[in-house]
Write a protein that binds this ligand. Structure first.
Ligand SMILES: C[S@@+](CC[C@H](N)C(=O)[O-])C[C@H]1O[C@@H](n2cnc3c(N)ncnc32)[C@H](O)[C@@H]1O
Length: 224
């Protein structure tokens, strides 16, 4: 069950045009999730990506577009069911002529099982919906089954970057991660989780957290 929003404010004609053009150029075919397992995400691209990254819940796509732009030889895949966010990413990709990104405008959990083992060099889950109430904890995206899937999909030595500004969500994510023997936390000192990674472009949710005085943290894990 997906509990987030799929639609926000009605798209203006220009946004709708970006969405239509962007999905025609960068959208994954609708039946991708039905493909027999063993799908290689590098096959979505013409340029044989040297690295492959996945962003889960890219929101407005600020981070995904910036990473794809600075790393043109890699391939990026973003999943986001909120269509206003998808339209925003499409605008970034089209205006900045970024071609190494593919979009899954749906729940990422429908897509992941189809990919072959070790498909990704890195996965980003940035400022996921916190669902801070205990009775909603099953709705949080970081769950044991999701981490089993990500452990299967991230190659040994590959990375999982989690970020949040919400205290309960931070604690939850760290509790889940600390139980794992297939990921190791890379932090050696407090500065490592208090400072964003190099070249951090920001995200819409982080900007909101900054404005509202919440502290953001970044937790970088390596697949063993
Ligand atoms: C709080 S927003 C953060 C967006 C963005 N990462 C940022 O930092 O601005 C969380 C996003 O995750 C998306 N999301 C939630 N569940 C998801 C799922 N199962 N698959 C893909 N995206 C999901 C939501 O639609 C929402 O846009």
């Amino acid at each position: 069950m997906f509990y987030g929003r799929r639609h926000g404010r009605r798209l203006r004609p220009r946004q709708a045009e970006y969405l239509a053009r962007g999905m025609a150029a960068f959208g994954l075919p609708e039946d991708t999730s039905l493909t027999a397992d063993g799908l290689d995400p590098r096959g979505f691209f013409d340029h044989a990506p040297d690295q492959m990254f996945l962003e889960i819940g890219f929101g407005g796509g600020e981070h995904l577009a910036a990473r794809a732009e600075e790393n043109p030889n890699a391939g990026y895949l973003g999943a986001e069911p909120f269509m206003n966010g998808v339209a925003s990413l499409c605008r970034h990709l089209i205006e900045r002529k970024i071609t190494n990104t593919r979009i899954w405008p749906e729940d990422v959990r429908l897509l992941l099982p189809g990919f072959q083992k070790a498909s990704f060099d890195g996965v980003f889950v940035l400022f996921p919906d916190p669902w801070p109430k205990t009775r909603h904890q099953d709705r949080r995206i970081i769950q044991p089954l999701m981490l089993d899937e990500l452990a299967r999909l991230i190659r040994p030595g590959g990375e999982l970057l989690l970020a949040s500004d919400e205290p309960k969500a931070k604690t939850w994510m760290m509790e889940q991660m600390m139980r794992r023997d297939d990921f190791t936390w890379t932090a050696g000192r407090a500065r490592d989780w208090r400072t964003p990674p190099a070249g951090w472009p920001g995200t819409r949710y982080m900007a909101k957290a900054d404005r509202e005085g919440r502290v953001s943290n970044w937790f970088l894990f390596k697949r063993i």
